[in-house]
Design a protein around this ligand. Structure first.
Ligand code: ZN
Ligand code: FE
Length: 254
């Protein structure tokens, strides 16, 4: 059984600290900063065995070097970003099964936000670390890939079991929620979830993690192939990639 802790970094990044007590392994996903991770580990008297990166952006790898220096951890990163992440011990690729914190984990390549972005799915723990691909009620900006790549990446994540718990890379939820409600105001489930999110944030708690099954019904970016939804928001296209692209552009300028 895995113990997952959420560590805040920068203004809205989430770093995930994974602790497998039974096997005595501690891992961190996307340490954008080292200090908050070191502070957390010190408070629990833990060593850091593994560092895992989803993609090369500095707010996800910025703490790598310092942590490697202090703990001599093993660094695992996407093979597709070989030249953009330094000091990597193990490169991983799509569909590969690896161990993270001693837990069997499937690597899922999700190009779009960056070309080499990967996500991590743990079937036994029923959890997904989605980096900057899937956010709560949103998705990452399409920086390096095409709209088509990003859409297909989201479809891959959407096909995971309904009872998957998703841990994403940023606390962007309130802004995403605003946009989702703007284009999908009649969605009763979205209204209900929005209230829960608002309460959590007002009390100072992270909005994450979230449930994938519910997300499929309320995240507009996961619904670009839902004809009724697409019609209801005034888009005419019956091409999911185009619809996704239009929703993404709408959000970019929202
Ligand atoms: Zn990023
Ligand atoms: Fe990021």
């Amino acid at each position: 059984m895995l113990d997952i802790s959420i560590i805040n970094a920068y203004s809205d990044n989430y770093i995930y600290l994974l602790r497998n007590e039974k096997k005595n392994i501690t891992s961190v996903i996307d340490p954008g900063e080292a200090e908050p991770v070191i502070k957390f580990l010190n408070s629990k008297n833990l060593h850091l065995d593994e560092i895992i990166n989803t993609h090369h952006h500095n707010d996800h790898i910025g703490g790598n070097d310092k942590l490697l220096d202090v703990y001599k951890s093993k660094l695992i990163a996407p093979s597709y970003e070989k030249n953009r992440i330094l000091n990597v011990d193990k490169f991983v690729s799509d569909n590969e099964t690896i161990n993270i914190a001693g837990i069997s984990t499937k690597v899922i390549h999700t190009p779009g936000h960056t070309l080499g972005h990967i996500c991590f799915y743990m079937p036994e723990e029923k959890c997904l670390f989605s980096g900057d691909t899937l956010f709560y009620l949103g998705c990452g900006r399409v920086f390096e890939g095409t709209m088509k790549q990003m859409w297909l990446s989201l479809v891959k994540l959407r096909s995971l079991p309904e009872d998957t718990t998703v841990y994403c890379g940023h606390e962007y939820t309130l802004a995403n929620m605003k946009f989702a409600n703007y284009i999908d105001s009649d969605n009763a489930l979205l209204n209900k979830v929005s209230l829960e999110i608002k309460n959590k944030r007002e009390e100072g708690f992270p909005s994450v993690p979230f449930n994938l099954g519910i997300e499929k019904k309320i995240n507009p970016f996961l619904r670009a192939d839902d004809d009724n939804f697409i019609k209801s928001i005034g888009l005419s296209s019956n091409n999911a990639t185009e619809s996704f692209g239009e929703i993404r552009l709408k959000k970019d300028s929202f």
